[in-house]
Design a protein around this ligand. Structure first.
Ligand SMILES: C[S@@+](CC[C@H](N)C(=O)[O-])C[C@H]1O[C@@H](n2cnc3c(N)ncnc32)[C@H](O)[C@@H]1O
Length: 412
């Protein structure tokens, strides 16, 4: 039977306050965790590894897999990963510490743990990364992959590596991975998970470092990055990508290959409520045709790929505030109900080849309503942060690189 590391503890000490926080998300999960704690280390690791391999076998399959089958597989992966995290014995402080850094939100491991259940985001990335690895290894014997801001479970790579190991698709001689996270709690949990998955052979290093300043010792063939929230706000995706792109080899790839951030003017009720009334879950395939027709698209505000990142100019304003000029758009004229519409910003993520994460496939691609952007109408309360313009006006967007990254529109 597996014993926690601290002496004089029994398996039932999983109800200790510091792990209780982690496991109390449902009574069922707590009870299951207690049961699993009675397994031997080898049995628990086997269950964990199998759940990772099974989830990847489903998402890499070219046949259609039912949503409920995916939910079941991803829940199993989550439950087993949480169990591993409990064994890393993070203090409550490390588990829950969350703060805003100079480049964005640093989420706590407690909150990050859910990202391993974000099915269609992981599917879009895993399929893209799988194809990118295949493409790279058709020209070279081995590649180095960097995954910054990977979180406590590194869910865009560890499940894939488990699958590769199990199927013997690739060996440690072909793939070497560097995992980076600035949060010490995430790093502790990650080390435990890599150990439990028995993936050490693929892991070159696990670094506790800020990815916006981290300098890798070798050049990188594949940079895998997802540090964003809906509307391309809050987290440091752009700052991290902009810094790390310089360490890619000439032929090096960034996954996602392109993120297109776009704007649209919508009737909030149609876009965010009516459209989802009859569907089982939100996904780009379940979007409603009439809600889509009702949108007024404004076009692309910013596109993030290897070439735009290498050419991006930063403007420094007073007090050291840094911004990146994004696109200029002209607000369409002749839309009768423009004064009733709100701006929504969304990202279309192309990971690699034709793989990606579409609108509503994940929280990160959900269109984000911006209630401070007014066209043909005025806000009732005058706040300096509100943006007011008229149909036909041209608007220049800037992206602010700060602890709260996001778009700033300016009338031209
Ligand atoms: C949402 S979580 C995990 C995201 C992960 N890519 C995934 O797919 O689940 C975000 C993680 O990014 C880390 N992070 C955010 N900004 C970072 C930075 N500048 N450098 C290193 N890690 C960062 C946080 O510490 C946190 O563990």
């Amino acid at each position: 039977m597996e014993k926690p590391k601290v002496e004089n503890r029994s398996v039932l000490d999983f109800a200790d306050p510091h792990v209780d926080e982690l496991l109390k998300h449902s009574i069922r999960t707590q009870l299951e965790s207690l049961l699993k704690a009675k397994l031997t280390t080898a049995q628990r690791q086997q269950l964990l590894q199998k759940s990772f391999v099974d989830a990847m076998a489903l998402v890499l399959s070219d046949s259609k897999v039912e949503h409920k089958t995916l939910v079941k597989a991803f829940s199993a992966m989550y439950d087993n990963a949480v169990q591993s995290m409990a064994l890393a014995q993070l203090s409550e402080k490390l588990l829950t510490k969350q703060y805003v850094s100079a480049s964005g939100l640093i989420m706590s491991p407690y909150h990050c743990k859910h990202t391993i259940k974000d099915i269609y985001r992981i599917q879009g990335y895993a399929r893209g990364v799988d194809k990118a690895i295949q493409s790279k290894l058709s020209h070279t014997d081995s590649i180095t992959i960097l995954y910054p801001a990977c979180g406590p479970f590194a869910p865009l790579l560890l499940p894939l590596l488990s699958y590769y190991k199990d199927s013997q698709k690739y060996t440690k001689e072909q793939l070497q991975v560097i995992l980076v996270d600035v949060h010490p709690g995430a790093v502790l949990a990650l080390k435990q998970l890599v150990k439990d998955l028995q993936l050490d052979e693929f892991i070159l290093r696990i670094e506790e470092a800020d990815a916006t300043t981290y300098v890798p010792e070798q050049s990188i063939d594949l940079l895998v990055l997802e540090a964003m929230q809906h509307g391309f706000t809050k987290e440091g995706q752009l700052s991290i990508a902009k810094h790390l792109v310089q360490f890619l080899t000439i032929e090096g790839l960034i996954i996602p290959q392109n993120v297109s951030v776009r704007g649209m003017m919508v009737i909030g009720e149609n876009e965010f409520n009516q459209q989802w009334k009859e569907v089982e879950y939100s996904h780009s395939l379940n979007m409603d045709a009439s809600a889509q027709q009702d949108r007024v698209e404004l076009g692309e505000i910013l596109s993030i790929n290897k070439s735009t990142l290498l050419n991006m100019q930063t403007l420094e304003l007073q007090e050291g505030i840094k911004v990146i000029p994004a696109n200029q758009i002209t607000l369409p004229a002749g839309i009768e109900d423009m004064d009733k519409r709100i701006l929504a910003i969304y990202a279309q993520i192309d990971t690699f080849a034709e793989e990606g994460v579409g609108q509503y496939d994940s929280g990160i691609t959900h269109p984000r309503p911006d209630m401070s952007f007014y066209i043909d109408t005025k806000p009732r309360d005058v706040e300096h942060s509100h943006f007011v313009a008229n149909s036909g006006d041209s608007v220049q967007f800037y992206y602010q690189l700060s602890g709260l990254p996001g778009f700033v529109p300016v009338k031209v």
